[in-house]
Design a protein around this ligand. Structure first.
Ligand code: NAD
Length: 283
């Protein structure tokens, strides 16, 4: 099925980014949020992002104008009726997402597909809340969406092959590079990334090296653009901790035990850049 009209739920960091890339790729986009203020903020964020791309010569001004003209905003889910695909990118909360997915399913055509951009909730669990889980799939974009090429396409237990294939094609059409993953905690990237960050906290706690040296080691020796501890500060130490706790619970394997130092910093409120202090201090 050709996807011409895309619904996006949530006008936050990810929703606005997804709306932006889809509109640039020529899709008509309907972006939904709970309040007009959130929609205004989302449009401002994506307009700024488009403006920066134009200023850098990466996008033509005419394309920017046309893209903005293809995005409609609303607080009314009924506006999604004509969408071929709706991507849910609302706040990370299981009950909220299930409510939203049911709401989407009640409005769209039976042939429309539904996706979630969740980073940690099981696609199989979310799909099971729908009356037709075959048309439901995970579509995990990375932040910032306009710049990051990867999209993980996650097949829940009941996702049909046709749905996964259609979403893979769309991802390419959006100028992104898909990888296909079977539903599993953390999918691929976060499953590797977050335990690596956790291991860096163990090294720091053991006094094996300073934070600066651990980060320099991974930048200079593994060619990472940012060290694991600086990355933890960027992502949020609380987010890293809760992801490790999910892996420990879901896999029942102690290799996913969170480093006590990570837990201690979170308890102290040192969550990283967002609180001005994590591993490093951001005065
Ligand atoms: P965000 O807080 O920036 O935005 C969430 C938006 O959802 C808010 O504008 C909120 O008003 C809106 N919302 C809440 N309830 C809603 C409802 N019932 N209907 C419509 N909109 C509603 O969050 P975000 O960082 O954009 O994350 C969104 C999703 O993407 C989450 O599932 C998150 O796990 C996932 N994700 C985030 C990142 C990231 O780096 N931020 C990366 C990959 C995936």
């Amino acid at each position: 099925m050709k996807i011409e009209t895309l619904g996006v739920i949530g006008a936050g960091t990810m929703g606005a980014g997804i709306a932006q890339v889809a509109a640039v790729a020529g899709l008509k986009v309907i972006m939904i949020d709970v309040a007009d203020a959130a929609l205004t903020k989302g449009i401002a964020a994506l307009s700024n992002s488009l403006g920066r791309l134009v200023a850098k010569g990466k996008l033509e001004a005419a394309v920017q104008d046309a893209a903005l003209g293809r995005i409609e905003t609303s607080t009314d889910y009924q506006r999604l009726a004509g969408a071929n695909l709706v991507i849910e990118a609302a706040t990370e909360n299981l009950d909220l997402k299930i409510r939203i997915l049911k709401q989407i399913e009640s409005v769209v055509a039976p042939t429309a597909m539904i996706a979630s951009n969740t980073s940690s909730i099981s696609i199989t669990t979310l799909g099971a809340a729908l009356s037709d889980p075959a048309r439901f799939v995970g579509m995990h974009f990375f932040n910032p969406v306009p710049l990051m090429p990867l999209v993980e396409i996650i097949r829940g237990l009941q996702t049909s092959a046709a749905t996964a294939e259609a979403i893979r094609e769309l991802t390419t059409q959006l100028g992104k590079s898909p990888i296909s993953v079977k539903n599993s905690p953390g999918f691929v990237v976060n499953r590797i990334l977050v335990p690596m960050i956790n291991e860096a906290f163990f090294l720091l706690a053991e006094g094996a090296a300073t934070a600066e040296e651990i980060d320099a080691g991974m930048c200079l020796g593994a060619n990472h653009p940012i060290g694991p501890l600086a990355l933890a500060d960027l992502v949020g130490l609380d987010v890293c901790l809760s992801v490790m706790d999910v892996y420990l619970k879901d896999f029942g394997d102690t290799k996913y035990r969170a480093c006590p130092l990570l837990r201690e910093l979170v308890s102290a409120g040192r969550l990283g850049r967002k609180t001005g202090h994590g591993v490093y201090s951001y005065a």
